[in-house]
Design a protein around this ligand. Sequence first.
Ligand code: OVV
Length: 405
Amino acid sequence: MIEGHKEIEVPAGVPVWDVDPYDPAVLSDPSDYYAELRAKGPFVYLSTYSALACGRYEETKEVFSDWERFVSSRGVGLQDFSLEEPWRPPSIVLEVDPPYHTKTRAVIERALSPKAVGDLKETFREAAGKLVDELLEKGTFEAVEELAETYPTTVFPEAVGLRENDRRRLVDYGEMVFSAIGPDNELRRNAMAKGPDVVPWIMEQCQRERLKPEGFGATIYAAAAAGEITEEEAGMLVRSLLSAGVDTTVAVLGSALWCLASNPGQFDLLKADPKLARWAFEETLRYTSPVHTFCRTANVDTEVSGVRIAEGTKVLCVLGAANLDESHWPEADKFDIGRRPAGHLALGAGIHGCVGQNVARAEGEAVLTAIANKVESIELAGQPVWRPNNSIHALARLPVTFRGA
Ligand code: OVV
C-alpha cells in the first residue's frame, strides 16, 4: 500500500515522473508542473505515490466524467476507501456511485435549484454592494480576509439557514475536507489538527433543529419529511453543503480579484460592460481552477488513449492543467473575459459536476458586478501570497487598493 491505495505497476509507454504534485512549492505556483505534465503525455506515473496523473484536456475530462469505469466510491483522494477507513464517514453524494448517488444528488439539486438560487440573488447583490462600499471606504485592504472570506461566510450560511455562524470554523472545515483529498502530508496533518474544535461544531449545525425553517437545509430536511431520504441522510447532505460551499467560493473570489488587479485592461472591459461579470467569473474558474486536483479510482481494468489502466489505480485528474491546455484553449495562459470558456473543468464534468454551481455563480456575479459598478481601479498593494492545499488553489493574502470614482 502507498498512501492508502494499492501499489501499481507502470503501464507500458507511460513516463515515470518523480515530481511531488503535493509539494507546497508546486501547489503555490503550479504552472510549470501543469505544463510539464501535459508535455509528458496523456498520463504519467507518479513514483512518489504509485498513481497515474493526467493533465491534458481530453483525458482529464474522460476519466473525470466516466463514473462507471472511474468510480468515486473508493474516494476522490489518494486513499482507496475499499482498503482503508476514511477520516470521516464518506460523503453520501461526492463519495458514492449510482444508483445511490442518483437519489441523494436529486435531493441536493432540488435544494440548490435555479429557482431557489434566483430567489437569493437580490440579497446577494445587496450584500455585495454593501461590502464593496465598505472596502472603497478603506481604500487599501487585505482582499482574502476582508472580501474573499467575508462575503461567502456572510451570505452562504444564511442561504443554508444556519442559526449560528462561525466564520473561522467554516473556513477551517473547508481547509480540512479539501486537504483530506491528498496524501498524508504536513498540509493535511496541520489541517486535521483543527478537527477536535471544528468537526463537532459542523456536525451540530447539520441537525434539523439548528436550521431555520427556510433555506437550502430546510429543503433537504423536507425530503426527509417526505420519506425520500432519512433524517440522518438529510444531515449528511447539509454536511456536504458546509464541506463544499465555503473554501471553493473563498478561493474563486480571491482569485478573481487577483486576475482583475493583474490585468487592468480586462478590468476596463468589465467596467465598460458590467454584464461581463458572469464571464469574468467563468474565466477566473478556467484560469485559476479553484479545485486543482481530484482523483478517481479505476474499478475495472481499462484503457484510455491507448494506456492500460489496471483496476485499483488511482488517477489524479489535474483540472488545473486541463483548464490551461493550449491544444484545447487558444492562448490558454491569457486571462480573457471575452473568451466564454464553455467546457472548462473547474466545476468538474459528468454526474458529479459541482451541484452548487448556481450558488457559486450567483455569489461571483454579485461581487464582480458590484465591483464593476463602483470601483474605478484595482491595484495590488503588496505581494500576493498563495495558500497551498492538497486540492484547493487559493490565495492566502492579497493586499489591494480600490479607488472610487
Ligand atoms: C470537498 C468536497 C467537495 C464536494 C462535496 C463534498 C466535499 C461533500 O462532502 O459532499
